[in-house]
Ligand binder design. Structure first.
Ligand SMILES: Cc1ncc(COP(=O)(O)O)c(C=O)c1O
Length: 396
């Protein structure tokens, strides 16, 4: 029976990690994995998280099951924090605690796939590498519109809007609210306004995915887009992962918020609970409990926000350092676009031969398609990346 198994696609991020492990060179550089690192190459546990964890050891009274949609205090405080206390009343929303962002995305994709009308999910190209596998595994129809031109290092905004014209009312547009993965290129305020006008005109439901809150312009500013959506649309979808913003990747904290019409709320609540029950079932509690604890304690919250700012500033600083060093040493600005982008990821403007040379000849590992995690660079590896980049682009 097992012999009948088909050829499953492997996530390029995981392929990159495997190839890195097999590379025997001692000076190899891993820019594949989507995890923040400090200057010393460590992914530290935030002090706010450590303190919340020790509080939990003392305070937690039970490990009994919670509701299928999780702890109402958790998604309640998260909803208020991210969507805004005035917009997140709870009454217009069906909310769920999920095992990271991936499960929030999958629950929503399952929901879409089970609707009798089968709306299309519109994706951007390129976009987060796990969207397509998630919506495909759920059986939801999807199509994509252009988003970014890797070789020219610029957005394809007009083409994105043109592509979306083919969407039907009730379709969904899945896009990211901050620090776009893998491009690092976010919509400007004006472009975002134009996009919302178009979605509203077409009757397309916005589905926003938030994975890097606090890594763009700062936590409050990074919540701006989602608040605009929630304030303007009667129906919308918000997926959140806290893996990066709290540095609790393995503890799996995420959430799903569905804004709906009041008359739909009860049925929608049952649908979401049923989908969770038959799939991921109860979300783990530890990560979400840590987040809840931090958000409910003003001192811990302010400590967490400070630590998040340190991570944000380090990533932004690396981007500026690359730009300056390239100008100084090479009198070139081929990488200047990195300074205008934000978050952990960007795409290097390399064709596939140049990308192969980067890894094969120089031991710099990137995700297939050219994604680099700039947060894994430091003052020693930044000059190396720039030097090698210039060597490989000189070979066409
Ligand atoms: C844009 C985006 N959405 C969702 C996720 C999934 O996050 P999690 O690891 O919490 O499932 C990621 C993770 O890298 C991401 O980059």
């Amino acid at each position: 029976m097992f012999g009948d198994v088909g050829d499953y696609p492997v996530d390029p991020i995981m392929i990159g990690a495997d190839l890195f492990a097999q590379d025997p060179r001692t000076d190899k550089l891993n820019l594949t994995v989507g995890v923040y690192e400090n200057e010393q190459g460590q992914t530290p546990i935030l002090t706010a998280v450590k303190r919340a964890e020790s509080d939990l050891v003392a305070l937690q009274k039970t490990k009994a099951y919670m509701a299928l949609t999780g702890d109402a205090d958790y998604y309640g405080s998260l909803g208020q924090e991210i969507l805004g206390a005035d917009l997140f009343t709870g009454h217009d929303f069906v909310s769920a605690q999920t095992a990271g962002g991936a499960v929030a995305l999958r629950v929503m994709a399952d929901f879409v796939a089970q609707l009798s009308r089968k709306p299309t999910i519109w994706l951007q190209s390129p976009t987060y590498g796990n969207y397509m596998p998630i919506v495909t595994a759920a059986g939801a129809p999807w199509r994509s519109v252009p988003y970014y031109d890797q070789l020219r290092c610029q957005m394809r905004f007009e083409e994105m809007l043109t592509g979306l014209e083919a969407a039907r009312p009730g379709d969904l547009f899945l896009f990211q609210g901050v620090c776009h993965n893998p491009t690092g290129a976010d919509l400007t305020k004006e472009q975002f306004g134009q996009l919302l006008d178009q979605l509203e005109r077409l009757g397309v439901v916005p589905w926003i995915d938030l994975a890097y809150l606090g890594f763009g312009k700062g936590f409050e500013a990074d919540c701006e887009q989602v608040r605009q959506i929630v304030g303007r649309f009667e129906e919308c979808v918000v997926c959140v992962t806290l893996s990066k913003s709290f540095g609790i990747y393995r503890d799996r904290a995420g959430a799903l918020f569905l804004k709906c019409k009041p008359e739909t709320r009860e049925r929608l609540q049952r649908a979401v609970s049923a989908i969770i029950r038959s799939g991921s079932s109860h979300a783990p509690d530890h990560g979400p409990a840590v987040v809840s604890r931090i958000l409910s304690d003003p001192d811990l919250k302010s400590l967490w926000l400070q630590e998040l700012e340190v991570m944000r500033k380090r990533v932004a600083g690396i981007r500026q350092e690359i730009v300056l060093l390239e100008q100084e040493r090479y009198q070139r600005d081929t990488l200047a676009y990195l300074g205008r982008q934000s978050g952990m990821f960007s795409l290097l403007p390399l064709n596939s031969d140049q990308e192969t040379a980067l890894t094969r000849d120089h031991g710099i590992h990137v995700v297939r398609g050219g994604r680099v995690n700039v947060a894994r660079l430091n003052s020693t590896t930044i000059p190396k990346l720039i030097e090698v980049f210039h060597q490989v682009i000189s070979v066409r």
